[in-house]
Design a protein around this ligand. Structure first.
Ligand code: ZN
Ligand code: ZN
Length: 324
């Protein structure tokens, strides 16, 4: 399913089978999650869009060809291919352990072809072996929604009360992680979205309400997954002195002006970008132990536009997954 022009529907397109260059693998896609970032790609909200492009960066599949020089992976092995598709390895960020901020990265489904397809090519060094536990479609959302949530939680720090603004794919996974860690998650949804609030409670959050409400106790940290910049001052209002607000999305609408007193008393406002390979290895190793259950709605690959439309309209809880 190819995005040929920004702002248009993806098109079902027959392509010749791609061949892996040295250091790359070819994967037969078994499932690919649909992420809000895919909407930003389609809508042209990210800088320097590359079209035509096959979106999709939560790929689960099996290797069916190895490029020359690939080590440590074998044909038939199940792997996950995430958003971070390639880094330069030589810039100050790569050398300093912040490859998520690499100066010359490639991102799956944005600047290199992704997984809304029957086959995908990936740099072998950026694919995660997934083992055999768990269904393909259930694992797919872990590869971005789960991973970005995990990285955000690390940046959020060790506080007990954690607010999650926007209860979509990422928050529905992270709520389970927070509960497993013995901490308390508070879910903030669109005001009046009783369905999402009920869903959040079913995953163990200790409070769920509208984003215009204050939680029953101050938050140590708030993580914002929703794309509305208006949430930033609301979240700052909900965190305690010295607390932190983490913006986890790749794109947000403009943040409105707000009184300085909301930031005063050492509150911090930060963002989290992309992932590093150690994030992925750590999270995917812990995920089965944490007993994460993803709530997925599957669509056939040729229904990718419907899946994107349903995500945009909030027509499902949890995550959408395309199955070729
Ligand atoms: Zn780099
Ligand atoms: Zn994503």
């Amino acid at each position: 399913m190819v995005l040929k022009k920004i702002g248009t529907a993806l098109e079902w397109t027959e392509l010749t089978d791609p061949q892996p260059e040295p250091g790359k693998i070819r994967v037969k896609v078994a499932a690919c999650g649909v992420c809000r970032t895919d909407l930003h790609v389609v809508d042209g909200e990210l800088p320097d869009p590359k079209v035509p492009i096959i979106p999709g960066h939560e790929i689960v599949g099996r290797i069916d060809l190895l490029g020359v020089g690939v080590k440590g992976l074998k044909i038939g092995e199940r792997v996950g291919i995430p958003w971070l598709g390639h880094t330069c390895g030589v810039c100050p960020y790569c050398i300093g352990g912040q490859e998520n901020l690499c100066d010359h990265p490639l991102f799956t489904g944005y600047t290199r072809n992704g997984g809304f397809a029957t086959m995908a090519i990936a740099d072998a060094r950026f694919a995660f072996p997934l083992g055999e536990a768990g269904r393909d479609a259930a694992l797919a959302p872990l590869l971005c929604a789960g991973l970005i949530g995990w990285r955000s939680l690390g940046i959020a720090g060790n506080g007990k009360n954690i607010g999650l603004y926007g209860f979509g794919a990422a928050a529905h996974i992270l709520a389970q992680v927070i509960k497993w860690q013995g901490r308390s998650a508070f879910a903030f949804t669109r005001p009046g979205d009783v369905t999402a609030q009920t869903f959040a409670r079913s995953l163990g959050v200790i409070w769920a309400g509208g984003s215009d409400e204050l939680p029953p106790e101050p938050l140590d940290t708030a993580i914002i997954f929703a794309t509305a910049g208006d949430l930033v001052p609301l979240a700052l209002k909900a965190v305690r002195k010295g607390g932190r607000v983490v913006c986890a999305g790749i794109h947000m609408s403009d943040i409105p002006g707000f009184p300085y007193r909301l930031l005063w008393e050492e509150r911090q406002l930060v963002s989290v970008a992309n992932l590093t390979r150690p994030d992925g290895i750590e999270f995917l190793r812990l995920a089965p132990e944490m007993g994460i259950v993803t709530n997925t709605t599957s669509y056939p690959l040729n229904q990718a536009n419907q899946a994107l439309a349903d995500l945009r309209a909030g027509r499902f809880e949890g995550a959408a997954v395309l199955v070729p």
